[in-house]
Design a protein around this ligand. Structure first.
Ligand code: ASP
Length: 313
């Protein structure tokens, strides 16, 4: 089958000033992942590389540019899953590494555990050869103003995730199917602006932020973490596909269901095992992109599907 990767750059009340940067970022990320798949690479390597690019990009709430907790610190989390054997790797409360998703990938391949957090995750990362970076080097000006804005006006979790013009949103995720039909999913985040120190959201929790099963499909989610994890949003979408819904219907049904029940917003990207695409969000905006048959498809507004000719990088 034709390999495919779809990526997202976070759901929320994204201000217009951040729209173009996010679109550029998701398009570049899809291109990096697609190149790996086109060269016969694995879905796991493709989703990691796509997410790594967005973790470096200030326009996204992951790696550099992550939003800040109430103490003004970055605390990141990430998860990755392989649909072939249901192997998973996840990390949480990461403060001084640029690429949580790469550490999560090592948890998947080199640890008997599924989720490592805080000091233990740091020890594991150092053992695996990752270098620390000064925690302050991960803090962007945008993240600082998002926290300042939150402290002035915010009420955690009651509103859209982005606050006014500061745009503290942009969890990133990728879902891919490689030429062997294997599915992988990766999701990485700085969480939500103004979160408590030590708060753990949906992103590192398998079934909430991430799910992959070669027999069904793959999903990466974004949005209000406390709602996503109560609803097991990624796995809810998988279950709806398993019971016969196409990817887009399953994604829409689960997101609407979560939003109606819990009164908070989310978004998700989905691939079914046969490569059909699902994209849906109940937030104001969500950036996404995928490449198929020499075209790149992308969007950020509701019901928007833009397309351009795509020449492989
Ligand atoms: N789901 C993330 C969290 O709650 C935030 C986001 O996707 O923007 O940690």
């Amino acid at each position: 089958m034709e390999p495919i990767i779809i990526v997202h750059g976070g759901a929320g009340d994204i201000p217009l000033s951040r729209v173009q940067g996010k679109l550029n970022g998701v398009k570049a990320s899809a291109a990096v992942g697609q190149k790996i798949l086109a060269q016969g690479g694995t879905a796991l390597d493709a989703v990691e590389a796509a997410v790594v690019l967005m973790e470096k990009d200030e326009y996204f709430n992951a790696g550099y540019g992550s939003v800040l907790n109430l103490k003004g610190q970055v605390e990141m989390e990430a998860s990755i899953m392989c649909g072939n054997n249901l192997d998973v790797g996840a990390v949480t409360l990461i403060k001084d590494f640029l690429h949580p998703i790469s550490i999560a990938h090592k948890v998947l391949t080199n640890s008997p555990h599924s989720l490592l957090g805080g000091e233990g995750a740091k020890m594991f990362a150092l053992e695996m050869g990752f270098s620390t970076v000064p925690p302050e080097s991960l803090i962007s000006e945008n993240a600082k103003s998002a926290l300042a804005e939150f402290l002035k006006h915010g009420e955690f979790g009651r509103t859209e995730i982005g606050l006014r013009d500061e745009g503290g949103v942009g969890t990133v995720g990728a879902v891919a199917i490689d030429c062997n039909g294997h599915i992988a999913v990766a999701t990485s985040t700085g969480g939500m602006s103004g979160k408590a120190v030590g708060r753990i959201g949906d992103t590192p929790q398998i079934g909430s932020g991430t799910y992959a099963d070669d027999n069904i499909g793959g999903v990466s989610t974004t949005g209000h973490g406390e709602s996503i994890l109560k609803y097991c949003l990624a796995h809810s979408i998988i279950k709806l596909m398993q019971s016969g819904n196409v990817a887009n219907t399953a994604t829409k049904l689960a997101i609407n269901g979560m939003t109606e029940r819990l009164k908070n917003t989310a978004g998700a990207i989905t691939l079914s095992k046969s490569g059909d695409v699902g994209i849906n969000f109940s937030s104001k905006r969500m950036a996404w992109a995928y490449i198929r048959s020499n075209k790149i498809y992308f969007g950020i507004e509701k019901d928007e599907i833009l397309e351009e000719d795509y020449v492989s990088i």
